[in-house]
Design a protein around this ligand. Sequence first.
Ligand SMILES: [Ca+2]
Ligand SMILES: [Ca+2]
Length: 333
Amino acid sequence: MLVSSESGVSRPGGNLGLKGATTSTAATTIDVSQPINNLAPGTTINVGGYVKSLLDAVSAGTVTFSLYFDDVLLDQLVSTPGTTKVYQMLSSPSAFVVTGGDSHTLKLRVEAAGFRGAIFAADDFYVIVASGPGDVPVCNPTPAPTRACFSAQSTNYVRNPGFDNDPVLDTAMAYWSVSQGSAYSTNSWVWDYAGRGGGNGFLGFTIAGDAGKVDSTQFLKQENINIPEGAIIDIRGYVNPRRASTVDKPLSLTLKFDNQVVQSYTPQTTGFTRIGTTFGSRSNTRVTIVGSGPHTLSLEVRTAGVENADIYYADDFEIKVVSGPGGLRLCPS
Ligand SMILES: [Ca+2]
Ligand SMILES: [Ca+2]
């Protein structure tokens, strides 16, 4: 394994992070350690740091991170496809009491197998004294990051994601809203053949005549999505453009979360395709939640030049939290 300090992997608030890469797919282990001196026995400390797997989400490989203080295993994290490229906290489960002499070692062990190339990044390690020997309080104490887990909804954060009838609101457009430029028909709505694989999906279409050719954008939105600031999400939906985009008849479909563009798609063909963040081989980055919310998912579809026609279908939106604020790992479900 080759490790180096690089700028591209730093957590926010710094310039560099540690990056590790393998030169073969063979199983390999690397220890990254630092001597920690002048900690007397009986001192109580909080220990932690942040790590992320850099594997592709489709990789069969795994990375295991283990955090040690004086060879005591404090925490361990095994990468999953759902959390790759997301920094997560590795930390002591509770304040740790130092034993032995005054000289100690903080160690991160990284074990990887089955993948060649960049496999991990690590940053922002800490050893913070909570109390001195004999529980003597610390003058001007520094708060340590708390090791809570984040209780994400196990279900999709998008309500009525497939445009099925909502039993409470009794409409297939429950929780969704539409606004649009003048070329779009106000009858753009859920249709029972516009779904992915059949069934219900949203259909946007233009009105007849020259008015239907006007350069117009339709906004399909779901508001009131509550996810805390700093959490990281995967977001996706499926869209089916009903024509290819051309110079004189442009068509583009843009998925956004609040003001962040997740992905913009200019179709060269028809048919359902996924639009969103990293899934499989897609390289789009995940979305970090900005602001306290509530938040808005939107699909913006711009069309021009084609009247009285189906422009696109949309279906099966999904938002899943992959990390809580501050790199909190998800609570076991
Ligand atoms: Ca850094
Ligand atoms: Ca559907």
